[in-house]
Ligand binder design. Structure first.
Ligand SMILES: NC(=O)c1ccc[n+]([C@@H]2O[C@H](COP(=O)([O-])OP(=O)(O)OC[C@H]3O[C@@H](n4cnc5c(N)ncnc54)[C@H](OP(=O)(O)O)[C@@H]3O)[C@@H](O)[C@H]2O)c1
Length: 290
């Protein structure tokens, strides 16, 4: 934990949730709508297609400035998700952030990535810097790998009985996206600022991940530890977007090199309970994985 402090002042009246259809944002909306006194505004690109929890639904696209005004008006706090496809922060994200600050948003809870404080190259580091310099109150949630990646990005291969990731023997401190969302909700409701490393309770290598999946599900999952080249080749051959394949290769390289395994106590500190374990995650998502 690099810092922690409480903002003085009242609870927010209205929170804008970006990425409301996404892995963490959807759970943030669900957490926040439990607070009756709060107005939860879901910012989505396709309002007609949105059926998640929210008090208000607004059209919002980071790359479309005509959507900013309607999204940010009367908003006190912002849950900020940088869409994975947006890598040019200055061009595609900063205009929206500037509009949010200009409209009077005074607290931004940003879904960042673990290690962003040590790696200035990642977009999250640039966003953290911009927010810090803007003077707005900030909470940086530097999350480890989401367990939910196994039911999104890797679902088809898990169901086919294999984990095809170039992680070597490296460990990962996987975190459940529901715990990240719970921390975000606490930060938004209490105005807690600071920077936090959000991980699960343990660090697992992919042999252990496969073993837990095999133990909890009705089929066996084995870990294939391909080389980086084999991973990229297979993904590209199957029509994967090259930029995304390279980003994934970069992420798994950090795992291979042993940089992804550190376990933090910040979720416990902020929620007053242990983060969910990987076995709990697999049990809770058994229907999706079966
Ligand atoms: N995956 C991980 O393990 C992990 C770990 C730590 C940090 N992170 C970070 O968490 C963030 C979210 O990643 P994710 O994989 O979980 O994605 P996600 O939130 O599940 O999906 C991206 C979200 O962004 C929305 N979106 C896409 N383009 C948009 C645009 N132009 N304007 C407004 N909204 C847009 C999408 O809405 P639509 O429904 O309209 O497409 C969707 O709700 C990323 O910055 C990632 O680097 C991820």
């Amino acid at each position: 934990m690099s810092q922690s402090e409480m903002r003085t002042g009242s609870r927010p009246g209205r929170v804008l949730v970006t990425g409301a259809t996404g892995t963490v944002g959807s759970h943030v909306c669900a957490e926040l709508t439990a607070f009756e006194e709060l107005t939860v505004r879901a910012a989505v690109r396709d309002p007609d297609g949105y059926d998640g929890p929210a008090d208000e639904i607004v059209t919002f696209d980071f790359t479309d400035p005509t959507t900013y005004r309607g999204a940010f008006v009367d908003v006190d706090s912002l849950f900020l998700v940088r869409p994975p496809a947006i890598s040019r922060v200055e061009r595609d994200l900063v205009p929206a952030l500037a509009a949010a600050v200009g409209a009077g948003v005074d607290h931004v809870v940003f879904l960042s990535v673990i290690g962003a404080d040590r790696n200035p190259v990642v977009p999250h580091a640039k966003i953290e810097s911009w927010l810090t310099e803007s003077g707005v109150e900030t909470t940086f949630l530097r999350a480890s790998f989401f367990m939910q990646n196994l039911v999104t990005e890797h679902l088809d291969e898990v169901r086919a009985g294999e984990l095809f990731v170039p992680a070597g023997g490296g460990e990962t401190s996987f975190v459940d996206a529901r715990d990240v969302a719970a921390v975000a909700a606490v930060a938004l409701m209490t105005g807690r600022t600071g920077a936090y490393d959000l991980t699960g309770p343990e660090s697992l290598d992919y042999h252990e991940v496969a073993a837990v999946l095999s133990a909890e599900l009705d089929y066996r999952v084995r870990y294939v530890a391909p080389s980086l080249l084999r991973f990229c080749w297979r993904r590209a051959r199957r029509g994967g977007d090259l930029r995304k394949v390279l980003v994934m290769a970069g992420i798994y390289t950090t795992v291979r090199l042993g940089f992804a395994g550190r376990v933090s106590g910040d979720v416990r500190y902020l929620l007053g309970r242990d983060p969910r374990s990987f076995s709990t995650f697999v049990r809770d998502y058994r229907d999706v994985l079966s």
